[in-house]
Design a protein around this ligand. Structure first.
Ligand code: ATP
Length: 358
């Protein structure tokens, strides 16, 4: 027997007037998975999440929750917990009453409500704050209450729309890890929306990268980071070496790209021979060695350091190589800093280059 995925989005389209906001989106979320919709402002991620929650219906397509078609069900009949960017707590109720609210609506017995509220207060570390009102809490504590309220109802699906974006950077980072740990401990299937690629990498099992209403790539953080499938994804996740060229030939996914600095190996991805491409290379995967040192394996280009900036955790270089190309390189902390004008050889593992259709 095939078990239905907790969430299945099938061929969903949505327009607001002449503005097509979602173009035929299809994806499935696995049981217990933390799935993130990632993309720039306006790409449609909130619209898609809201439809899953029942706040708006698609023009066509279906949304299934554990195999049941929920496309046109109202939010309260969907078995979804929601956490918003603004915590949306009831200001006149205590923390305990806020968390108990959804359980009372579901008419659970008082003893069950108390034990569930105590359990989630313990999970989010707010037992001591149960009798306070939201305005007596910090932003981070308020967001923990919102998370506690959403998980107390034990929803089939937890939906979170930029829940950490009102918190300062340090707290955001801490709550990210707490949230991830809690989600794994409870095994609760979660869909999360953010425009922050670092946040998406830190919390997700898989990421859906969206651009202008369509899906660019779905993959694990390491796949998205290490093998971006398109120029948009590469740019969005900070691959800032893009060398223009033409794909020469490809076999078994491995290709050669003719660039101004000569032929360089790359993974072919969706690119086909003859096509104009950009060869994407992450700066932190390029290594430098003194010019004239013994050659190693893999692709290499000789060049001259024309910019060096020490940033603490890494040193950023710009190295001018043949054909007036400039390679950006991030060298790990601890290596001696090379002075401007140094002659160096840039080298990297062949499989780190990706040919992306231009
Ligand atoms: P952000 O990170 O800024 O929230 P987003 O990727 O979540 O962006 P959406 O909020 O889904 O984007 O909006 C996608 C597009 O749909 C935008 O162009 C927006 O202006 C438009 N849009 C969203 N809701 C409505 C609405 N109710 N009526 C008209 N247009 C809308």
């Amino acid at each position: 027997m095939v078990t239905a995925s907790p969430l299945s989005i099938q061929d969903v389209k949505k327009s607001f007037g002449a503005n097509t906001v979602l173009e035929r989106i299809s994806l499935d979320v696995e049981p217990g998975e933390f799935m993130t919709f990632l993309g720039p402002s306006g790409c449609g991620k909130t619209t898609l999440l809201r439809m899953v929650g029942g706040f708006g219906a698609p023009d066509s397509g279906r949304i299934l929750l554990n195999g049941r078609d929920i496309t046109h069900l109202p939010p309260n009949l969907r078995d979804c917990g929601f956490v918003f960017q603004s915590y949306a707590l009831f200001p006149h109720m205590t923390v305990r009453a806020n968390i108990a609210y959804g359980l009372k609506l579901r008419k659970l017995p008082a003893a069950e409500i108390k034990s569930r509220v105590d359990a989630v207060l313990d999970m989010v570390g707010l037992e001591a704050f149960a009798d306070r009102h939201p305005k007596q809490l910090s932003g981070g504590q308020q967001q923990r209450v919102a998370i506690a309220r959403a998980i107390a109802i034990r929803p089939a699906l937890l939906l979170m729309d930029e829940p950490l974006s009102n918190l300062d950077a340090k707290l955001r980072e801490r709550i990210r890890f707490e949230l991830r740990a809690l989600q794994k401990r409870l095994g609760i299937t979660t869909v999360f929306v953010t425009h922050d690629q670092e946040e998406a990498m830190a919390v997700s099992d898989r990421i859906v990268v969206m651009n202008k209403g369509h899906v660019e790539q779905i993959g694990s953080p390491t796949e998205i980071y290490g093998a971006p499938a398109s120029l948009f994804v590469a740019d969005f996740v900070g691959v800032n070496n893009l060398l223009p060229g033409r794909l020469q030939h490809a076999a078994d996914g491995q290709a050669v790209v003719e660039t101004a600095a000569g032929p360089l190996p790359a993974r072919a991805g969706r690119a086909t021979p003859g096509q104009s491409v950009q060869l994407a290379l992450r700066p932190e995967l390029i290594r430098l060695r003194p010019f004239g040192a013994l050659p190693g394996e893999g692709p290499q280009l000789d060049g001259t350091v024309q910019l060096a900036a020490f940033l603490g955790a890494a040193t950023r270089y710009e190295v001018k190589v043949a054909g007036d190309l400039v390679l950006k390189v991030a060298a790990p902390a601890g290596e001696p800093i090379l002075p401007l004008g140094s002659r160096v050889t840039c080298h990297w593992p062949a499989e780190c280059g990706h040919a992306l259709p231009a």
